[in-house]
Design a protein around this ligand. Structure first.
Ligand code: HXC
Ligand code: NAP
Length: 291
């Protein structure tokens, strides 16, 4: 079913645009993808779990009547990324890459294993870079103009305790879009960023918002507008930034967070988390299966 909320966009605004959303099978990537196809885009999504991608493609087919191309791809693996791009380009170039895939969890940094650190940084920083470099090379070689959009987090700008690998990786991704705005601008390639505040998703909430945290510092209290975001609000910003109306915007990251970062999020939440006993941190770790 098409979204019936009032839209400021023409219903064919994105027709003719072919867009890849990494991690587009769930959460915010899925909501943004839905908006893109509602406005006429050809959507490609990738992720590690085939069944999740196929379920999303089926849902879009059943509700919107559109066919979504899916690719199983772990963006941490540069060779797999290249194979996916070969398969995509076999039927035509992309016009937009949306680096949305991410990994994140709460942990005390001094207790993190190097594998845990790598798991997050490899997805967020290296995965975004592999996709961007591959797509950029194809665009530049063919003289094709395009847009790379990067989903960031507040932590990229301010840092964030207890999610240090993600903050470091997102800060690197912010540096990437700012750098490439200048390097690739002469080719007609734009690079833009979006910094969402709290937008509830299963993936983020299950890992980052345990009851111990929310109970001590309700999220809404940390947001100037006293609420979390709605997915359609983020999706509409993501439409604007890849549209021709935004053709003169590059290297910029737009914050959409209800004033959360200005209010200062780490304060009470970090204080409370510093009081947590070891048992709380242990309970947040993945359960090891017995061998
Ligand atoms: C400590 C942890 C941990 C935790 C995993 N690890 N979770 N360590 N605390 N909570 C450790 C494991 O023990 C292991 O180290 C290492 O990390 C790799 O774990 P795997 O499970 O083997 O990795 P993998 O299957 O590749 O999973 C990657 C992942 C996982 C990042 C760990 O969470 C994931 O798949 N995430 C994808 C979705 C996601 O995170 N969505 C949220 C995005 S929200 P050892 O040493 O034991 O082997 C976001 C910002 C939101 O980015 C901001 C909200 C306001
Ligand atoms: P999510 O549903 O967990 O989305 C993460 C997606 O990334 C999943 O579809 C996952 O699919 C995919 N993914 C993870 N690792 C991957 C890999 N190695 N290769 C390919 N795909 C991979 O969480 P979300 O909340 O929607 O997050 C989406 C984006 O928004 C992220 O960039 C996140 O940092 C950002 N963000 C979210 C919030 C929020 O409040 N929700 C706030 C700020 C920023 P598979 O597991 O199947 O691979």
């Amino acid at each position: 079913m098409t979204d019936t909320r009032m839209s400021m966009y023409r219903s064919d605004l994105l027709s003719g645009k072919r867009i890849l959303i990494t991690g587009g099978g769930t959460g915010l990537g899925k909501s943004i993808g839905k908006r893109y196809v509602e406005l006429g885009a050809d959507l490609v999504i990738c992720g590690r779990r085939r069944e999740v991608l196929e379920q999303t493609a089926k849902e879009f087919k059943d509700t919107l009547g559109v066919t979504v191309e899916t690719h199983v791809c772990d963006v941490r693996d540069a060779k797999t990324v290249e194979s996916m791009m070969d398969a995509i380009w076999a039927t035509g170039p992309l016009d937009v890459l949306l680096n949305n895939a991410a990994g994140n969890f709460l942990a005390r940094t001094e207790r993190l294993s190097t594998r845990a650190f790598d798991a997050v940084v490899d997805i967020v920083l290296k995965g975004s870079a592999y996709c961007t470099m591959d797509v950029g090379r194809r665009w530049i070689d063919a003289g094709h103009k395009g847009t790379v959009m990067q989903i960031l987090t507040q932590s990229a700008m301010t840092g964030m305790p207890f999610t240090v690998p993600s903050a470091m990786a997102k800060a690197g991704a912010l540096a990437m879009i700012r750098s490439l705005a200048v390097e690739w601008g002469p080719y007609g390639i734009r690079t833009v960023g979006v910094v969402p505040g709290p937008f509830p998703t299963e993936g983020a909430w299950s890992r980052l918002m345990p009851q111990e945290r929310i109970g001590q510092a309700p999220i809404e209290q940390g947001v100037a507008l006293r609420r979390v975001g709605e997915h359609h609000e983020l999706a509409d910003l993501c439409v604007y930034l890849i549209s021709e109306s935004a053709a003169f915007i590059t290297g910029e990251a737009v914050v959409i967070d209800g004033g959360r970062w200005l209010q200062g999020t780490a304060g009470a939440s970090a204080y409370n988390m510093q009081q947590w006993p070891d048992s709380t941190w242990e309970s947040l770790k993945p359960k090891k299966s017995k061998e």
